[in-house]
Design a protein around this ligand. Sequence first.
Ligand code: TXA
Ligand code: MG
Length: 352
Amino acid sequence: MTPDLPAPLPRAPRTRQVDPADASAFDAAIAEGAEIIRAGGLVAFPTETVYGLGANALDAAAVARIYRAKGRPAFNPIIVHIADASALRLVAREVPPMAEALARAFWPGPLTLVLPRAPHLPDAVSAGLDAVGVRVPAHPVARALIERSGVPIAAPSANPYSRVSPTTAAHVIAQLGDAVDLVLDGGACRVGIESTVVDVTGPRPILLRPGGVSRDEVERVVGPVERPAVVATGDAPRPAPGMVDRHYAPQAQLVGFRAWQRAEVWGRIAAMVGSGRRVGVVAFNVAGSPATCPIAMPVDPEGYARALYATLHTLDREGCTVAFVEVLPTGGEWEAILDRLRRAGLDRSADG
Ligand code: TXA
Ligand code: MG
């Protein structure tokens, strides 16, 4: 028998730096990316939320390549990115007044609207549903790429299915390697967690995924939003697509703790580390922690969101099998972050 070999590292994809301050390099990289998109290839690019894995949304074969590269199940629809709201008619059959109000308030920005889908969009984009998720990203690289390509760009987050979303080009390269034809490296993402997804196909708006725009901000524009009743587990049919309970997950088991338990938790960590385990701690205050990988988190929700996925990637890179996560403050600004930590596997002891 052959011994188990370590998994080969993914081969590095072609990468280009894109800094708007260096106009000629920026233009050349965008032109190269747009050429690949038009030819049916895959380009990873920064948005203000996370990096996306983009393909021509009008090309069914290109969209199929996204699903293959991510190992993503076919029931999970993909968000279509457009350059501005005037392109909505290219992808949506109908734009309800509620959608227009939300688009005016938050685009460009971290909000995805689920709308009745235009018939000429490939089925694969919307996983066979009659609705399509659409957003206008705010990042200059994303916008330039869409404009230069001249087509709407279908792009999920640029990570393998159910793994942590990338907020830097290095995260994309480490996770997807040369399954991507080109990576546009525009530095770290400003928001750090995915867009808020609001379904506006019915009489009342439904919050399918909390994200970069808070529920309060959405409600100020369209009144009360509903949450879907159930979150599906495993392979059970989903009440709404994308409602998978575990997602955005690092390898480490995440265990919640409260500030007053710090001394006790530090003791448990010391014992684990003593027996050779690699242990993380993710907390507002990590002073004196015996963890192999202590990570101090910002105390403001914007800063915390920006740092969150890099933190989860670090736990993976450091080989942590368990990480202790300090409970978050309560309040609407923390809703999307708590949602991501739960989907990353955080146990209920940390519920605020
Ligand atoms: O911030 C973001 O939204 C990032 C960047 C790249 O734009 N994209 C992203 O895509 O997070 P993805 O594929 O990882 O998550 C898309 C989620 C789906 O899981 C689903 O919840 C929702 O958006 N979605 C997309 N299209 C939908 C549709 N037609 N109906 C219902 N939900 C949809
Ligand atoms: Mg994703």
